[in-house]
Write a protein that binds this ligand. Structure first.
Ligand SMILES: O=P(O)(O)OC[C@H]1O[C@](O)(COP(=O)(O)O)[C@@H](O)[C@@H]1O
Ligand SMILES: [Mg+2]
Ligand SMILES: [Mg+2]
Length: 338
């Protein structure tokens, strides 16, 4: 098969009427910025990019140098293009406006510039996650409230994994597709089109160290996975936890499985660990477009009306059968299943 570059693929999507020229340019710009982030992460200790930045973010987390560097790279790349009205990031409290004097576009971009920050210094795969929305008509200086749109209104979503290979996974709502960076040529090349996540799973990903804090339905569900053949599920399950959402989700997009970051007593007050606007919604869109499912344990993530730019939610995503069963156990426990 003749290799299809990301640019060619974007032209195909435009011809099919799935995207317009501005969105196509936006994806090109984000992909190029991610190549630069890949180069920065690849330098490791030699590039002086490891360790803490000495600053904190709106989440109350200590920022890593690469959190700040990746954020800067994405802001710089998107400042001039005419394809954006504004952007928002995990690393910034408020949206970033397009500087005066630069043309503005009709899209809003949200991103987690560096996902899996706790793994940077130990050379484990990290990534970038992004989501694209339409800027409401007539809005020239988008505020946080203009970004608060349900995940079902996303025009595009994607993530890049900086691992042994650099891989971009993308959806425009017409299937989920994977591109691998050809480092010699410097361009992303289509490596899998219309990915399907198997409905059944034999691998689950969850931070087991939180087990004693989980709610009863999650204790029950994971207890049955661990019981394997000897329990009601009648089959064995294997466990994986990279602690980089992009890497755990990419494994699922590649060979199936499920990922959970449920609500637990430790994070109840904040509503969850992962952020809906630039982690849960884009990953939900990608997984659903590949035939998987994504809920909070109680409802479809993409139907939630967000209330805050940095709002957190519980995340259950991956192979449909497992996500539906875990969700069923929660609704049953809530007495919502009559
Ligand atoms: O440290 P824990 O509890 O295992 O949590 C790991 C989760 O936190 C995250 O690192 C949060 O994302 P950031 O690194 O972008 O803050 C996810 O990638 C990952 O799934
Ligand atoms: Mg993250
Ligand atoms: Mg991050």
């Amino acid at each position: 098969m003749k290799p299809v570059s990301l640019i060619q693929f974007l032209i195909e999507e435009r011809r099919a009427g799935h995207i317009n020229a501005e969105l196509s340019l936006l994806i090109e710009v984000v992909a190029r910025a991610c190549k630069r982030i890949g180069v920065a992460t690849g330098k490791g200790a030699l590039g002086g990019v490891l360790g803490e930045a000495g600053t904190g973010n709106i989440q109350g987390e200590a920022q890593k140098k690469l959190d700040v560097i990746s954020n800067e790279i994405l802001l710089e790349a998107n400042a001039w293009g005419g394809h954006l009205a504004a952007c928002a990031s995990e690393e910034m409290e408020d949206p970033q406006q397009i500087p005066d004097g630069y043309p503005k576009g009709q899209h809003l971009l949200l991103f987690d510039p560096l996902d899996g920050s706790s793994n940077i210094d130990v050379n484990i795969s990290v990534g970038t996650i992004f989501s694209v929305l339409r800027c409401p008509d007539g809005v020239t200086e988008p505020k946080a409230e203009h970004f608060l749109q349900p995940g079902t209104t996303q025009l595009a979503a994607g993530y890049v994994v900086y691992g042994p290979a650099t891989v971009l996974v993308l959806t425009f709502g017409h299937g989920t597709h994977e591109f691998t960076l050809d480092r010699e040529v410097g361009s992303f090349v289509l490596s899998r089109r219309n990915i399907r996540i198997p409905e059944q799973a034999t691998e689950f990903a969850i931070n087991m160290s939180n087990q004693r804090h989980w709610q009863a339905p999650m204790q029950r569900y994971v207890g049955e996975l661990l019981a394997g053949k000897t329990g009601p599920r009648g089959k064995d399950f294997n466990m994986r936890w990279v602690a980089s959402m992009v890497a755990d989700v990419h494994r699922i997009v590649t060979r199936g499985g499920v990922f959970y970051y449920p609500l637990d007593a430790k994070i109840e007050k904040q509503g969850g660990k992962l952020r809906i606007m630039y982690e849960a919604n884009p990953m939900a869109f990608i997984v659903e477009q590949a035939g998987g499912a994504a809920t909070t344990g109680r409802r479809r993530i993409m139907e939630i009306q967000p209330t805050g730019l940095h709002q957190r939610v519980p995340v259950f995503l991956g192979s449909k059968e497992e996500v539906e069963l875990a969700t069923h156990y929660h609704l049953e426990a809530d007495g919502a299943m009559s």
